[in-house]
Write a protein that binds this ligand. Structure first.
Ligand code: DGL
Length: 265
């Protein structure tokens, strides 16, 4: 294994940074390529067929270009729809991001848990399966909140995000029958942990769970024994659409992504 072979993180936009953060903390000298499919953003409003075709095709191009040792689909929408397609199409380990329903059920006292994701994610049979397997004694409420995806993008692009806007976007989850008792909410979209502070302020006292730390441990496990660079090389952020503004470029640098490239479609 070439020590310089990077880890590839992939999302529709900036959400995957919430997965990259914990992974960098665990593997601080790993080379990183972070790809945002900004030309196709947002995934949550696309059809299953579009995502199932797009994700393996784009990942294939990224793998050919950057030769990563492992790819992380740092996006719940892409993972719940296209993880199997991507694994079938590509010859490298691929880690997906699936809604953290199991730990949420383990932590809930009220036995009412929430799944907050994109519209595409919350309608997936994958979510039914996870609920049946790991939360059969819980009421599992779901809500697709595309406005939260836009708010997370705006925050990373330097705009101020109002707590009221975050509250309005997530409120329908809590307004469903039984929603008063919700104590644990799965952030089933990688954009949402980027709004952790605002969500806490809008709905105090709830526990928010995402998959970031678990994915980091999975990456470390799958790459155990492999050599890494002595010093972290500059990370690369790849955009398929418009390049980042200055504020986003600064935020990316905070995640070690010092170089920006545009991958023409
Ligand atoms: N970050 C993505 C997810 O985890 C999707 C956001 C979007 O493009 O709609 O689902």
């Amino acid at each position: 294994m070439n020590p310089a072979a990077p880890l590839l993180f992939f999302d529709s936009g900036v959400g995957g940074l919430s997965v990259l953060g914990p992974a960098r903390a665990l593997l601080p000298t790993a080379g990183i390529v972070y790809a945002a499919d900004s030309a196709w953003f947002p995934y949550g409003r696309r059809s299953e067929a579009e995502i199932a075709e797009r994700v393996p095709e784009l990942l294939g191009r990224l793998v050919a270009r950057f030769r990563p040792r492992l790819a992380v689909i740092a996006c719940n929408t892409a993972s719940t729809i296209a993880l199997d397609h991507a694994r079938a199409a590509l010859d490298l380990p691929i880690v997906g991001t699936v809604p953290a329903i199991k730990p949420a059920a383990e932590q809930s006292t009220s036995r009412v848990i929430g799944v907050l994701g994109t519209e595409a994610t919350v309608r997936q049979p994958y979510v039914d399966d996870l609920s049946a397997r790991f939360a059969s004694d819980c009421t599992v409420l779901r809500h697709g909140a595309p406005a939260l995806v836009e708010l997370a993008e705006a925050k990373l692009a330097g705009q101020t995000v109002a707590v009221d806007a975050v509250r309005a976007a997530a409120l329908p989850l809590f307004e469903q029958a039984g929603g008063d008792a919700l104590d644990v909410v799965v952030l089933a979209c990688t954009h949402f942990p980027l709004l952790g502070r605002e969500l806490d302020a809008a709905f105090p006292g709830r526990t928010w769970i995402d998959g970031g730390a678990g994915i980091a441990r999975r990456i470390a496990f799958l790459t155990r024994g492999q050599p890494w660079p002595d010093v972290a090389p500059p990370g690369i952020a790849v955009f398929t659409g418009a390049p980042p503004n200055a504020a986003l470029a600064k935020a990316l640098a905070g995640f070690g992504l010092d170089e920006v490239q545009v991958l023409p479609d």
